[in-house]
Write a protein that binds this ligand. Structure first.
Ligand code: FEO
Length: 172
């Protein structure tokens, strides 16, 4: 059985994951209308992953006697100055999500809720991987600079960039 404090904290995270999904969906749309198909596909996949993160939390709350709330969401940014700005925003957002997961882990320990603490370890690992991937992407974008040919290749190759290749290039 989850305490009210834990249910509230998990519901807050459910909203953050839902907003993350919307943020990446808006990025996917922007990239798609700019003709950046590879980047758009990458963002559509990221958006789906965030929805999975949200659903995993929802199931956990409902199965352990809580009630997952589906709330109103903040509207995401829908356009970006450059694709570099967009990926910088993605990176900053993931750092924010990691901080939120850390806070949640802290609350689970304060509440002595070891089942929730154990459940959250998956999110802790996931955030390490997501931050590593975002960092790798930014490194690549910085290498490209304003080179149009580089952007073409980046757009073509971004879907091959998986979390595991990102982690091996960026050992933490
Ligand atoms: Fe679900 Fe990218 O954090």
């Amino acid at each position: 059985m989850l305490s009210n404090i834990i249910v509230d904290a998990l519901n807050k995270q459910i909203r953050i994951e839902a907003e993350s999904s919307q943020i990446y969906l808006a990025m996917a749309c922007w990239a798609e209308v700019k003709g950046l198909e590879g980047i758009a596909n990458f963002m559509f996949k990221q958006s789906d992953e965030e929805r999975e993160h949200m659903l995993k939390l929802i199931k956990f709350v409902n199965e352990r006697g809580g009630h997952a709330f589906i709330s109103e969401l903040n509207a995401p940014e829908v356009s970006f100055k450059t694709f570099k700005d967009m990926f910088e925003m993605l990176f900053k957002h993931e750092v924010f999500v990691s901080q939120s997961i850390n806070d949640l882990v802290h609350i689970s320990l304060q509440e002595r809720d070891y089942a929730t603490h154990n459940f959250l370890q998956w999110y802790v690992s996931e955030q390490i991987e997501e931050e590593a991937m975002a960092r790798t992407i930014l490194d690549k974008i910085n290498l490209i600079g304003d080179d149009k040919g580089g952007l073409y290749l980046f757009d073509r190759d971004i879907n091959q960039l998986t979390v595991s290749t990102a982690s091996s290039e960026n050992p933490m």
